[in-house]
Write a protein that binds this ligand. Structure first.
Ligand code: ATP
Ligand code: MG
Length: 746
């Protein structure tokens, strides 16, 4: 293991585990590799029990990636014992076990963004007049991200309300958000549910107020530390303190991409790096300077982009690889021409590398996921299999939420968002008015809506309209049957199957959805997922000795609860299985691609207004995001842009992003032979030396010339419109002064 590391990496792995360590380095310098090797070293040399090690990553996909790298070093069994996952998953696991210690019911439901937005939409109603009168841009999503940011900073509704902004518009917005925040919190508690931010806040509360719940921890490791927010930092801190200061973090300030972004539960604090040095005395810093991922020309172009930020601290980053293909910059006429270009180029590259590249080696990284539509259809047209990462998420699909809402109610009848969804699946003609009436009755009785609906059927309620009673009968019956089955130990997959029967869900889909077949497939997939969770998750914390009084049996996790939790946490970032990604082109947002790498990366729509995104508050952060995207590429990088793009139904003229235009315009780029971008596609078919570089960077054997020729002939035969598309006008000097012309490409 140590032989596979360079001296600086080795020093980091071997650094005494008893002091805190920060590893700071650029992309592709082996930070994640070092972190993984350090875990292996802790287990193999220092004899740490795997379950006392806590390793935090930012997405489930990153956790899977780390798990597979660690498996190769210490074996599958030991790897599975390491507490590895996102901050959210870690908190959920411990909160389930110790809910009673922080005043929660053990059957709390995790509320996702979609449900949070619905709650906020409802809470905004009383403020509607003010919003209209004062022309405030306040939609439920905006309010939620304000609240989320407050929570990420650890501000309670009271503390948030005290921070009044000076400017009048902001002060108005703040007043409404503060009022909604108070009610939102009350409602979540009444629903016995936690949103993603709460998971972290309650996690901090649990570990801080009950130190014995953290005493299992001997070492904490955090990947992508530059993107931790205040609450996440506090979590790391409290676990780190329990571990006696044994903390290892890795990060890269140049890749900090969650500072201002209006995403849920993310609002990173760049100051966390210095805060850690104060909080953990004797923190050592190790820098890594060698990039192992990308060719020199990809690294040069990426560094040229990020170094336009003059406030950034310049770091050395050298590459171990030769120049390789110059990154390609292409202009296309419209988004459809761009998508076609990408699809055909993928096929051409595979052919011209004689088969050593596969679909799974390509990633198309987008500034935002709506840009994927044209690209998806172009790939489909060319029969190129593809998978969307971090885009439309499996667990956010309507049919999946329909099923989950029933199961959520079986587990936690207080969870109101699930009642309002499930009560009309299939349609029982229960309108908003009836639901509002049920909600107000529930409030008067100080109970949940589900409880109220049930009481209509149990007790005599003379004042309730008979129609409501009749319409809700089948709903109550279904829930009761499922509840009984669950209490008798039915597995989640059995419960789903029974539910589908009871509500005749397949028929419901047929009647209401034109694409019912694929939706039905998704439901089947949910059953598969349920059966996998069952086998994996029996009791995750059995091996930890908390020197605690035993937990009352009724508060233990049930298989249903574990399944629901796994579903909610899967929706957190990504759900692409390893099998999925091997033979498919990945389409992903740039954010979700963090920490990952592909042999070929294509970044479309590198245009003003799109990249940087016009709504972003922080141009520097947008530039870092483009840097993150470019540095995912190992051997070939494409940036494309169009001169016209249809956005929101309107065709708009488009210009190349200023991030690239200014790089391409530099005198250095114009004069130097080391051109940063070229408008020529790599002609690998005729350039064996370029093919050789790619093979070496990827560590794959070079394909024989005869194979290249054969595959290119096939490609030309099956792609008749290649010539037409080759003749597209390309970037001219007038467009991009300083852009490399074909003659100057070395
Ligand atoms: P990012 O900042 O993008 O997360 P990173 O610093 O975490 O990048 P890794 O993903 O750990 O970088 O490593 C990038 C690539 O370089 C991986 O394919 C890894 O296996 C390889 N690599 C790292 N160190 C070495 C080494 N010493 N020798 C050979 N390959 C290495
Ligand atoms: Mg990494």
């Amino acid at each position: 293991m140590l032989d596979a590391l360079n001296p600086a990496q080795r020093a980091a792995v071997l650094h005494p585990p008893t002091t805190a360590l920060q590893i700071l380095a650029g992309p592709g310098s082996g930070k994640t590799k070092v972190l993984t090797s350090r875990i292996a070293h802790l287990v193999l040399t220092h004899g740490l029990v795997p379950s006392t090690i806590c390793a935090v990553t930012f997405t489930n996909k990153a956790a899977n990636e780390m798990r597979s790298r660690l498996s190769a070093l210490i074996g599958k069994q030991k790897t599975s014992e390491v507490r590895m996952g996102t901050f959210h998953a870690l908190c959920a696991l411990f909160l389930r076990r110790f809910a009673h210690k922080v005043g929660l019911d053990v059957n709390f439901t995790i509320c996702d963004a979609d449900e949070s937005k619905k709650i906020i939409l409802h809470l905004l109603k009383p403020h509607k007049d003010v919003i209209v009168a004062k022309d405030l841009m306040l939609k439920e999503g905006t309010v939620l991200s304000h609240i989320s940011r407050a929570k990420a900073k650890g501000l309670s509704p009271k503390e948030y309300a005290k921070q009044t902004p000076e400017q009048s518009y902001e002060a108005e917005v703040h007043k409404i958000v503060a009022a909604v925040y108070v009610e939102y919190e009350k409602l979540l508690r009444r629903n016995n549910s936690l949103d993603f931010d709460d998971l972290l806040l309650y996690g901090v509360k649990l570990f801080t107020e009950n130190p014995t719940t953290a005493n299992w921890c001997r070492h904490v490791l955090v990947d992508e530390f530059q993107d931790t927010n205040t609450t996440q930092y506090e979590l790391m801190s409290v676990l780190g303190a329990a571990a006696g200061g044994c903390v290892t973090v890795v990060g890269d300030p140049d890749q900090s991409i969650y500072g201002r972004v209006c995403l849920l539960w993310r609002s990173a604090e760049v100051t966390n790096l210095s805060r850690m040095k104060n909080d953990f005395r004797g923190t050592t810093q190790i820098l890594l300077e060698e990039n192992y991922r990308s060719t020199a020309s990809i690294l040069n172009a990426s560094l040229a982009i990020v170094s336009q930020d003059k406030s950034r601290i310049n770091k050395r980053l050298l590459t171990t690889h030769p120049r390789g293909c110059t990154p390609v910059l292409r202009t296309l006429s419209t988004e459809h021409a761009e998508a076609d270009f990408i699809a055909i180029e993928i096929k051409r590259l595979i052919a011209s590398m004689g088969g050593i590249l596969r679909y799974g080696d390509f990633a198309i990284l987008l500034r935002y996921s709506a840009l994927s539509r044209a690209i998806e259809s172009a790939l489909q047209k060319e029969a190129i299999p593809n998978v969307l990462l971090g885009g439309h998420k499996f667990f956010e699909r309507q049919e999946i939420k329909d099923i989950l809402s029933y199961l959520q109610l079986v587990d936690n009848p207080s969870f109101a968002p699930a009642v309002t969804r499930a009560i009309n699946v299939p349609s029982r003609q229960i309108g908003e008015k009836s639901i509002a009436e049920l909600a107000s009755r529930a409030a008067k009785r100080n109970s949940s809506i589900m409880d109220t609906v049930e009481s209509i059927h149990d007790a005599k309620c003379p004042d309730i309209k008979p129609a409501i009673k009749q319409k809700t009968a089948s709903f109550v019956k279904t829930i009761r049957i499922l509840r009984k089955l669950a209490s008798e130990g039915a597995t989640p997959s059995d419960l789903i199957r029974r539910l589908l029967d009871l509500i005749k869900y397949e028929g419901h889909l047929k009647k209401t959805q034109p694409d019912w077949e694929s939706r039905w497939e998704n439901v089947q997939e949910l059953i598969t997922f349920a059966s996998e969770v069952q086998t994996e998750a029996e009791d995750e914390l059995v091996d930890i000795d908390f020197d605690e009084e035993p937990q009352p049996t009724q508060t233990r996790d049930t298989p249903l609860r574990l399944f629901l939790q796994a579903s909610m946490l899967s929706s957190e970032g990504d759900n692409q299985s390893e099998e999925d990604s091997k033979e498919k082109v990945t389409i992903s947002t740039c954010h979700a691609a963090k920490g990952l790498e592909w042999p070929v990366v294509i970044i479309p729509a590198v245009e003003k207004g799109t990249f940087p995104f016009y709504r972003s508050e922080d141009v520097c952060e947008e530039r870092r995001l483009l840097y993150v995207a470019c540095t995912r590429a190992q051997s070939i990088l494409y940036l494309t842009h169009t001169s016209k793009r249809k956005i929101g139904g309107v065709t708009k003229p488009k210009e190349l992003s200023q991030f690239i235009a200014s790089v391409a315009k530099t005198e250095k780029a114009r004069l130097s032979n080391n051109d940063l971008f070229t408008n020529q596609r790599p002609s690998l078919e005729t350039d064996a030396s370029e093919r050789d570089v790619i093979s070496r960077v990827l560590g794959r054997p070079l394909a024989a010339q005869i194979e290249v020729t054969r595959r290119m002939e096939d490609f030309r035969r099956t792609t008749p419109y290649l010539e037409e598309y080759d003749a597209l006008p390309q970037p001219q000097a007038a467009w991009h002064p300083g852009l490399v012309t074909p003659a100057s490409v070395s």
